[in-house]
Design a protein. Sequence first.
Length: 107
Amino acid sequence: MIDDLLAEIFGEAISRRLSKSRRLQLLMRLGFGLLGTALFAVGAGWFLLRTDLTGNIAMRLSMVSLFVFLGCLALFNVALARPWRWPGRLSVLSFGALFVARFLFGP
């Protein structure tokens, strides 16, 4: 999909070069994985430190856990290319916990 997009934007030569270069693929995967991890860490810290955003402890903890597990997903599965399932499962579980905390405890 990315190859097709790059082929349409930049032409076929760049697309072929990107798909064959293992080093460039590794650098792009590491870059996007570390960028995602950093952004999710900032998001987790933001919701952890800003207590005025929600008065509900369960909602705040589920938000922080969602960001932490999405950061783990970006770090382990994207940056390190490991096929681990636990970060994805815990991300889905913490996303469901957001809805449960919202319905049970309110805003």
